[in-house]
Design a binder for this molecule. Sequence first.
Ligand SMILES: NC(=O)c1ccc[n+]([C@@H]2O[C@H](COP(=O)([O-])OP(=O)(O)OC[C@H]3O[C@@H](n4cnc5c(N)ncnc54)[C@H](OP(=O)(O)O)[C@@H]3O)[C@@H](O)[C@H]2O)c1
Length: 323
Amino acid sequence: MASLPLPRSTLSVLVLGSTSLVGSHFVGSRAGQGIVAAGRRDPRDHGLRVERYLSADLSALGEIEEVLKKCDGASVVNFAARTDVDGCEKERPLTRESLLPEPERRNAWRINAELPGHLARMCAERGVYLIHISTDFVFNGESGPYAETALPDPYGAKVSWYGYTKGQGERAVLSLAPKDSAILRISYPYRAKFAFKTDFARSMLDRAREGTLYPLYIDQMFTPTWIPDVTRVVEALLRTRATGVFHVASPHPTTPVAFGLALLSQARLPTHDLKTTRLSDVRDPERAPRPLRGGLLVDRVRALGVEPLVFEEGIRRLLDGVE
Ligand SMILES: NC(=O)c1ccc[n+]([C@@H]2O[C@H](COP(=O)([O-])OP(=O)(O)OC[C@H]3O[C@@H](n4cnc5c(N)ncnc54)[C@H](OP(=O)(O)O)[C@@H]3O)[C@@H](O)[C@H]2O)c1
């Protein structure tokens, strides 16, 4: 952390969460051009090129401030999050009265709720543009797919702790940096290749090839997001500095079983022994709630000139290995 500020001329985008499933695609698409990455793991160890890497634990306010100071002038894209939904659930406050978990159980809170707020405040003070990545898990899944104007759920048992903390992060960004920020919500992101973390689509495909595919939900509605579309929207937002909430996801809502059938058929794998189950029948107290009628409507990104891929086309590209 003890290094000199970067010269302004080299600065373009500060990426938090460059090693993530989603953020690594954006970083890779730029071949390192104008990218400063900050985080605990060095993206170059993931084969990604960046102009500079700053080692930082972004759950610590002092480290976030240091990073922002060194990158003054660069737009910020925040992909960093604690994304293990069932792991986050274990950090839900133990008492109903408190909205804040005990200090030793605040990992999700710090990175999903507090970090976006700190970023928003610092970006607004500097006139720096911030893009914050979020999720349809901020909604309880009673009436999806959701429009950009829909409001995240308040605290309660219907939404996962992960979703609630992400909703609080969104709220902080929108209230602290309304003129300098965009929230970009995505839903079940998937891509053709990323060696360091799988996604629901590649996991389905791998399990089907091994003959170990789990039963797929017939009653869950979702709108999977083709990750290269996230990169396209982030680039469009950086160009336009558009503000407010945006969604990117398949314009065709689907169910896991319909997605699985399309994936297996296109991959020429057998579908006759595909098993199904119902999300609404899951009764596992260890498991965080998932939106039943979830997903995102994508009207606003079209005004940025981006038409998101329908999931059938995303599957084709996944199988072709084309990102
Ligand atoms: N995956 C999904 O299904 C999904 C669905 C909807 C929305 N999203 C959203 O999309 C974004 C990216 O998700 P993802 O699944 O691609 O993420 P991911 O692969 O789980 O990666 C998480 C990222 O967060 C960084 N991070 C976490 N804690 C950190 C800390 N204390 N200090 C520094 N960096 C930290 C990690 O960096 P290090 O490697 O340096 O630790 C890593 O780059 C998130 O905002 C997520 O909420 C994801």
